[in-house]
Design a protein around this ligand. Structure first.
Ligand code: NAD
Ligand code: UGA
Length: 473
């Protein structure tokens, strides 16, 4: 019999938990959905009256929160209560790369997953379907199962308060900045599991807004692995096109034209062929690192080496940008003012995790320049944290703390700058007022475009020297 799901709990109110549960609440008004987190500050922000204060920015998210919050969608820190009442629990907690110990720098740190499993084991009552939503190393369900088994009290036991668990893998494929669009209309929903009834219960929820043919079912391990491989393939395309961008610059060819020409081949496809300053975001690097760790664990060293190159090219791409800027600005940027446009790892998000801007800014600061940073959604404190301003002032050169200006507008940012570098492709960077910007800068002015956002001819006409990533002509 398919279990009837009335109450859902999602552990983790982050970039995945918040938007996914919001969209589920929007389409399933009969479900009561409780998103819980141990971070009370975050929960307070999710509950803030002013929808501009939600902890994450995603287009269309605040409208859905406004519609569903406190109707069938709730944000709470009462983890025990909501686990105990739930028929289905989604685990959407962070799975970052381990920082120390065995596998440091590569393996996923599963301590948050383990703590969820222990909390669920202790507090859940009756039959509970536990859904892995976080991105996990293949075979993690085995760990969760073995923790939950300790707490299982079978229904045919004399005891009244029985506890039984079914485990599903249901990885999330949303991309930040387009999270709501991806959740409303996913390419596919993947459900892995061993028990038909549990799979059907989750399928029934998705069928409220996702067409049947887009819901794929498989076993637990194929589902867990598919998520890691999807990210590895996406990141590999970016490293491939970025490696070619460098070749274009040296051979008078143009990366956009090359990407267009190859992308029209239906076998290759046109998506994810935009060259840039390397991929950022919280997942690509961590998930490929984890894949490398798993391959080495199974003795597949050549496979591990293959995927490692994707990360190495990404790091190289970021390094070479600073080198080019220094070269173009007569070999030194010491005490020159450089404006950075864009700090988020991609547009339409305020997320800066692993943003290429971090490494490029750190490298530029090392060269002694004054950085002026503008991003429409990233707050000053986030930039300070990302650039480890405290560490810079403690360990290196205390002047550097004064070497960063956080600007509120593009005009303010570019004032007296020697160069502007576009690092995130926010929409309005496609329509920069070159004439005005150039008039505010110190001559000779430079424009470095790492995201193919600017029209070089127009910029040159307005007096700029221009360098575009991947453009040899
Ligand atoms: P996040 O850091 O934004 O949010 C995770 C939240 O879980 C945090 O708020 C944390 O306080 C909370 N948490 C951790 N352990 C907890 C516990 N035991 N009890 C209660 N709360 C707990 O992370 P995220 O970006 O949402 O990513 C979550 C998972 O989803 C990761 O595995 C990630 O790889 C995967 N993923 C992320 C994205 C994305 O776009 N960010 C997309 C697809 C998949
Ligand atoms: C990525 C995947 O696209 C999602 O499917 C996945 O669910 C998610 O990771 C995850 O597991 O966390 P995300 O990192 O949010 O999503 O954003 P992407 O659009 O994939 O961009 C990642 C990085 O690659 C960004 O820095 C972006 O600027 C860069 N990128 C992307 C390029 O440089 N070129 C491209 O053509 C595409």
């Amino acid at each position: 019999m398919i279990p009837q799901i009335k109450k859902v709990c999602c552990i983790g109110a982050g970039y995945v938990g918040g938007p996914t549960m919001a969209v589920m609440a929007k389409h399933c008004d009969k479900l009561e959905i409780n998103v819980v987190d141990m971070d009370s500050r975050k929960i307070k922000l999710w509950n803030s009256k002013n929808l501009d204060d939600l902890p994450i920015y995603e287009p269309e998210l605040s409208e859905i929160i406004g519609e569903c919050r406190n109707k069938n969608l709730y944000f709470s820190t009462d983890i025990k209560k909501h686990i105990s009442e739930a028929d289905m629990i989604f685990i959407s907690v962070n799975t970052p790369t381990k920082q120390k110990g065995i596998g440091a720098g590569q393996a996923s740190d599963l301590k948050w997953i383990e703590s969820c499993a222990r909390q669920i084991g202790s507090y859940a009552l009756g039959h509970t379907i536990v859904v892995e939503r976080s991105t996990l190393p293949v075979k993690t369900a085995e760990t969760i199962k073995s923790i939950l088994e300790v707490h299982t009290v079978s229904i045919d036991n004399d005891k009244k308060d029985y506890k039984e668990f079914s485990i599903l893998s249901n990885p999330e494929f949303l991309a930040e900045g387009t999270a709501i669009k991806n959740l409303e209309n996913p390419d596919r929903v993947l459900i892995g599991g061993e028990e038909e009834e549990a799979i059907s219960a989750l399928k029934l929820i998705y069928k409220n807004w996702v067409h049947d043919h887009k819901i794929l079912t498989t076993d637990l391990w194929s589902s867990e692995l598919s998520k890691l491989i999807a990210n590895a393939f996406l990141a590999q395309r970016i490293s491939s096109i970025n490696s070619v961008s460098a070749l274009c610059e040296l051979t008078d060819s143009n990366i956009s034209d090359v990407a267009k020409a190859i992308g029209l081949d239906t076998r290759i496809g046109s998506e994810f062929l935009n060259a840039g300053p390397g991929f950022g975001g919280s997942c690509f690097k961590k998930d490929i690192s984890n894949l490398i760790y798993i391959c080495n664990h199974y003795g597949l060293n050549q496979v591990a080496d293959y995927w490692e190159q994707v990360i190495l090219i990404n790091e190289w791409q970021q390094k070479r940008i600073t080198k080019i800027i220094v070269e173009k600005l007569y070999g030194t940027i010491s005490e020159k003012k450089i404006t950075v446009l864009g700090f988020a790892f991609k547009p339409n998000t305020n997320d800066t995790r692993e943003s290429p801007s971090i490494n490029v800014c750190k490298d530029l600061l090392e060269e002694g320049c004054i950085l002026s940073i503008y991003d429409p959604k990233v707050k000053k404190e986030q930039i300070e944290n990302a650039l480890e301003i405290q560490n810079i002032s403690n360990n290196l050169d205390s002047r550097k703390i004064n070497n960063i200006i956080f600007a509120n507008t593009i005009e303010e940012a570019v004032m007296d700058s020697d160069a502007v570098i576009v690092l995130t492709d926010w929409d309005h960077f496609y329509n920069l007022d070159f004439k005005k910007i150039n008039s505010l800068m110190r001559a000779p002015s430079w424009l470095f475009d790492t995201r193919n956002t600017i029209d070089s001819d127009q910029a040159k006409l307005c007096g700029f020297n221009v360098w575009k990533l991947g453009e040899g002509k």
